[in-house]
Design a protein. Structure first.
Length: 125
C-alpha cells in the first residue's frame, strides 16, 4: 500500500518462499511501472535471501528485527481481522478463507482514506 495515497496492491499466494516473493515483486513493479516504490519488509527468510529479484522501480527496505509496529502493512492486517469478519470465526476450508480474503482485499481498493489513516506514519517523511 502507499501510505500517501492509499493505493494498494495484493495477491493471494499459496505459500511463502523466494519464488513467490519474486512473483509478487515483479507483479507489483508491472502494476506501477511509473512509480518509485519502497517496499517495507520484515526479516523473513524469503525477504532477505540473495535470490530476490529487484526491479528498477522497487527498493527493498527491511525493518529492524522484532519491530512489526514499524511495518505499515501490519496495521492493515489488524484492520482486515477486525472489520472484515475474520476474528472469532472458523472457516470450513482454506478455499473459503481465500475467497473471504479476496473479497476483503477487493473492498480495500476503494478504502484509500482508511488505508492512509492506518499507514501514513509521520516518521515516514
Amino acid at each position: 500500500m502507499c501510505p500517501d495515497t492509499g493505493e494498494n496492491f495484493s495477491m493471494i499466494i499459496p505459500n511463502v518462499n523466494t519464488h513467490n516473493m519474486n512473483l509478487y515483486i515483479n507483479e507489483l513493479s508491472n502494476e506501477y511501472p511509473n512509480y518509485r516504490i519502497i517496499l517495507t519488509m520484515d526479516n523473513a527468510s524469503w525477504h532477505t535471501c540473495k535470490e530476490i529479484e529487484k526491479p528498477e522501480n522497487i527498493t527493498l527496505w527491511n525493518i529492524p528485527p522484532y519491530s512489526p509496529e514499524l511495518n505499515p502493512a501490519e496495521h492493515l492486517w489488524h484492520y482486515i481481522r477486525e472489520t472484515k469478519k475474520f476474528n472469532n470465526r472458523t472457516f470450513d476450508s482454506i478455499q473459503e478463507v481465500e475467497e473471504h480474503l479476496a473479497i476483503a482485499l477487493k473492498e480495500m481498493q476503494t478504502e484509500t482514506e482508511i488505508i492512509k489513516s492506518l499507514t501514513n506514519f509521520n516518521w515516514l517523511y
